[in-house]
Design a protein around this ligand. Structure first.
Ligand code: HH2
Length: 266
């Protein structure tokens, strides 16, 4: 157990096309090795994904996604760090749960596959329900909200209700504002600044800012140079009440969060 309150979810992308690390961990051995490295660096959870959700991405078939993630989930289950499977497909989630995953992280919040909620209920796994406007293919085409925080909050409240009515235990649900998923720079910044308002929903908050494009829009950095912006935004999310930070650079964010928490709790 780490001394930190906030938990770090280390990202393991088993894809050829993820926006920041696509192709690096496509071979199962490399992905497993990377996951173990993130665990040693302080990850409290490992989030394994086989389909990129970057803006403009086309989906992959369940067969392809499953072939990518199943050996990696199997290889990392039992490493001492709980595994979450980043998928919207019930068939992929089912196989990942069989292979040892304990959490389903669904960027569509159960809108992508009508069987996923019932599966999560039946298997008793944790779920992360994320807000996204539209789909990865369309989400960055002129997103509009009256008030982005109110809109995200209302959506998440509705998805919690749906999950509970499908039989998912409320205490197993976490929520995520979906930074970068159908949001302009101004929307992302406002969500991060007013993150605390999501606490009214009574569920743990997951936030993923890691290496995302909004950072580059602020400081002009290329995707491989966004560590400073990742740390700044992660610490602000922490101060706003985030419980889980989904990051690629676990070691560096762990150092920052340890110091930030000491200050926040002094
Ligand atoms: N962001 C990404 C993917 N999954 N899940 C949650 N709950 N929250 C997020 O913010 C989130 C997520 C995108 O990051 P990454 O996995 O690195 O990229 P890609 O989708 O291109 O694989």
């Amino acid at each position: 157990m780490s001394a930190r309150r906030a938990r770090l979810m280390g990202v393991v992308n088993v894809t050829p096309d993820s926006f920041s690390d696509g192709g690096l961990y496509l071979e199962p051995e490399r992905a497993i090795e990377h996951g173990l490295e993130l665990a040693r660096a302080g990850a409290d959870l490992l989030d394994i994904g086989g389909e990129s959700t970057r803006p403009g991405a086309e989906g992959v078939s369940a067969e392809e996604e499953l072939a990518r993630v199943e050996p990696v989930v199997g290889g990392l289950a039992g490493s001492g760090v709980p595994i979450s499977i980043d998928t919207s497909k019930a068939a992929v989630a089912a196989a990942a749960i069989d292979a040892g995953a304990e959490i389903v992280n669904d960027v569509t919040a159960f809108r992508g596959d009508e069987d996923l909620a019932a599966l999560c209920a039946e298997r008793g796994v944790g779920v992360v329900l994320m807000h996204m406007l539209g789909t990865p293919r369309t989400m960055q085409v002129d997103p509009v909200y009256d008030d982005v925080v109110d809109g995200v909050k209302a959506f998440l409240a509705e998805r919690i209700e749906l999950a509970v009515s499908a039989g998912v235990a409320e205490e197993r649900i976490s929520i995520d504002p979906g930074i970068g998923f159908g949001k302009t720079l101004a929307h992302n910044l406002e969500l991060l600044r007013r993150l605390g308002e999501l606490r009214d929903l009574g569920r743990p908050i997951v936030v993923g800012t890691s290496r995302k494009a909004f950072i580059g829009k602020i400081d002009g950095s290329a995707v491989e140079d966004r560590l400073g912006g990742t740390i700044a935004s992660s610490v602000i999310a922490l101060a706003g009440g985030a419980d889980v930070l989904r990051v690629h650079d676990v070691a560096e964010v762990a150092e920052a969060v340890t110091v930030a928490e000491a200050i926040l709790s002094a």
